[in-house]
Ligand binder design. Structure first.
Ligand code: PLP
Length: 394
């Protein structure tokens, strides 16, 4: 016997991509360039790597699930400064838990929050980061997909109150994956109001918040503070070092927000057994305290978006969404065909948008787009963009 919810989990987009590419070879002599996975290829900060190795001796100790005081203080300080929370500061004792990358925490949070006896919805954008959907399935709830519009985010104002009434948990993603679009402050405030009116948890996945061009994207906690929700009621945010600091393998992030969720979630996690290794905690503490490497990182992404516009010009929609590191570009042939033919003739891999979305009423809002992760070093990215340009021109 197995948990029947396991059968509800869908193949991950990269498994679908492997099936699409089965038997297809990149051209001989051309080095493959993957722009499919959002794994930053910029160098991780040296001081973080040194802190990791300097603290390897701590591997002899069991870490606590709650994490060290110093790490939670470093996280709280970062949040307070980045989101101007000085007047309603984050309490490192009650508002924050370090997590082993946001993926595991996003997945676990719904299971900790869900009241299975009631049933109900987990509201999420479509296309999306697929963990939201898997989390809903494993919590025994039903995903409710909100199609993104031309804006790159769902039209939250168009969601009927009947949906909010049945909602137990709502994921928002800002800046979004796959579009990079940011949810503005007014819409965040509107969603905080809905969460409190209809009593659901509002979870903002902000793991791309530090990759932006000019304007720092607003965060959910910041909007709570500004709108008088000083205890962040019904709200939580997820942040990660994976994209901000080029440390996807460190597995380090945090959840912060309403202590009415954080406290029971800590209890859940104690059983789940997902405390963060002490060496990782020490390294993470330093990473959250430093902005210099983040500023340098941002500049590299900005440079690559300029490159994309220069190289692809108006042959492809290279509109810079202002944040994140994805180009979400329309294709004039089916997006899976585009992706397979592109790989076959150039060795560049991009992800068909349809794999990131779900068909609702006959429409998959991800279809007809490809997601290109501009994660490679600028020179490699330039090479990939030039090959894409040659492919489209042909
Ligand atoms: C939208 C989104 N959320 C969360 C994550 C998870 O990141 P991590 O587990 O590395 O913190 C990713 C990773 O690609 C993502 O794209």
């Amino acid at each position: 016997m197995l948990n029947p919810d396991l059968k509800r989990l869908k193949p991950y987009p990269f498994e679908q991509l492997a099936t699409l590419f089965a038997g297809v070879e990149a051209p001989e002599g051309l080095k493959p360039i993957p722009l499919s996975i959002g794994e930053p290829q910029h160098a991780p900060p040296q001081f973080v790597l040194e802190a990791l190795s300097d603290n390897m001796g701590l591997i002899a100790k069991y870490p606590t699930t709650k994490g060290t005081d110093t790490l939670r203080h470093a996280i709280a300080n970062w949040l307070n400064q980045r989101f101007a929370l000085q007047n309603v500061p984050i309490d490192p004792e009650t508002h924050v838990i370090p997590v082993n990358g946001t993926r595991e925490a996003i997945f676990a949070a719904v299971q900790a929050a869900a009241d299975r006896t009631q049933g109900g919805l987990v509201v999420m954008p479509n296309p999306f980061y697929q963990i939201y959907e898997g989390a809903a399935f494993m919590a025994g709830l039903t995903p409710h997909y909100l199609p993104i519009t031309e804006s790159g985010q769902p039209d939250y104002y168009a969601v009927p109150d009947s949906v909010w009434k049945d909602c137990q948990f709502c994921f928002i993603c800002t800046p979004g994956n796959p579009t990079g679009t940011v949810i503005d402050e007014a819409t965040l405030a509107f969603l905080v109001d809905k969460a409190n009116t209809y009593d659901f948890w509002l979870a903002s996945d902000e793991c791309y918040s530090e990759i932006y061009r000019d304007t720092p994207p607003p965060g959910l906690l910041e909007v709570c503070a500004k709108s008088g929700n000083t205890e962040f009621k019904k709200c939580m945010v997820f942040h990660s070092l994976s994209k901000r600091s080029n440390l996807p393998g460190l597995r380090s992030g945090f959840i912060a927000g309403d202590q009415d969720f954080i406290a029971p979630f800590l209890k859940y996690r104690t059983y789940h057994g997902c405390s963060m290794s002490m060496a990782v905690q020490k390294a993470s503490e330093l990473a959250w305290a430093d902005e210099k490497h983040v500023i340098e990182n941002r500049a590299l992404y900005a440079q690559k978006f300029v490159q994309a516009a220069e190289i692809l010009g108006d042959r492809m929609d290279t509109h810079d969404p202002g944040a994140g590191f994805y180009l979400w570009a329309k294709t004039d042939v089916p997006c899976d065909t585009f992706s397979r033919e592109l790989f076959k003739s150039t060795g560049v891999t991009v992800l068909p948008g349809q794999y990131l979305g779900r068909e609702v009423n006959g429409v998959n809002p991800g279809a007809g787009f490809v997601r290109m992760a501009l994660v490679a070093e600028p020179d490699t990215c330039r090479e990939a963009l030039e090959r894409i340009n040659a492919f489209i021109t042909r």
